[in-house]
Design a binder for this molecule. Structure first.
Ligand code: FPP
Length: 248
């Protein structure tokens, strides 16, 4: 059976976010170095992007490197940065040809210079594209993002550019890294852990959370389609009762 038959193509989430976990465990299970797992993880990223375009997801956010990840062994950090640079240089032309727009959240200025430069040029190159938006979370911390928005609020209030009674959650959202990106309808975390790990803490308020035991390098087209099919079976109530939802 074609896996797509499982899906209601009229009810595809507009934005899916991923915590891509399990590269290390996947590599270990094969007697390989952790970087072998990260390299296989890049293939999953490519396949998920392809599938998202196929089914009509508009935004994908991938948690590629957290501020906490700097604490990993330096050869792993260096290997991850090299993988990122290689993936961008190998894929940017195809991404552009497919209308994919690359954006980032997090403090990319804090990444190694070559990484920062290759991201800047890929962002610039793809900025007019109107197909899928790929959001890479890099050197990202949700708490820092919220703290920065709180500091920016203070600045706006004290300079008189904003009145305190004009402040709202919608206004506050405009000060986050994700200001131009809708909140995700679905978050998928692979590899069995059931936590958020400092990812999109503000934006996930009403997001459906889906945890799967599959390690990220094994998370390919069918796993993604199954996850979306599971999402489509859920009832999203946004604080209302079931009857109100079915009458909408
Ligand atoms: C978590 O697995 C994975 C990461 C911290 C990095 C994710 C990066 C990639 C998939 C490659 C680069 C991405 C792009 C977008 C080109 P883990 O190492 O924590 O696995 P473990 O919990 O099994 O040790």
């Amino acid at each position: 059976m074609n896996a797509l038959n499982k899906l209601d193509l009229q009810n595809i989430p507009r934005h899916v976010a991923f915590i891509m976990d399990g590269n290390g465990r996947w590599a270990k299970s094969k007697g390989q170095h952790r970087l072998f797992g990260h390299a296989a993880g890049v293939e999953s990223v490519k396949e998920v992007i392809k599938t998202a375009r196929e089914i009509g997801v508009s935004f994908l956010t991938m948690y590629a490197f957290s501020t906490e990840n700097w604490a990993r062994p330096s050869d792993e950090v260096e290997g991850l940065m090299n993988l990122l640079v290689d993936a961008i240089s190998n894929e940017v032309d195809e991404m552009h040809a497919n209308g994919v727009r690359l954006v980032t959240i997090g403090d990319i200025k804090g990444l190694p210079g070559n990484c920062y430069q290759s991201l800047l040029s890929a962002i610039e190159y793809t900025k007019e594209n109107t197909g899928l938006t790929l959001v890479l979370a890099l050197n990202y911390s949700a708490r820092k993002e919220i703290l920065n928005a709180a500091l920016a609020t203070h600045e706006l209030l004290s300079s008189g550019k904003l009145n305190i009674d004009e402040m709202s959650d919608i206004e506050f959202s405009k000060l986050l890294d994700t200001k131009d990106i809708p909140d995700p309808e679905l978050l998928i975390r692979t590899s069995g852990e059931c936590r958020i790990s400092n990812f999109l803490l503000w934006q996930l308020s009403y997001t459906e959370l889906l945890f799967t035991d599959t390690h990220w390098p094994d998370f390919r087209r069918d796993a993604f389609i199954d996850a979306i099919a599971a999402f489509q079976k859920r009832e999203r109530r946004f604080g209302m009762v079931s009857e109100q939802i079915s009458n909408q």
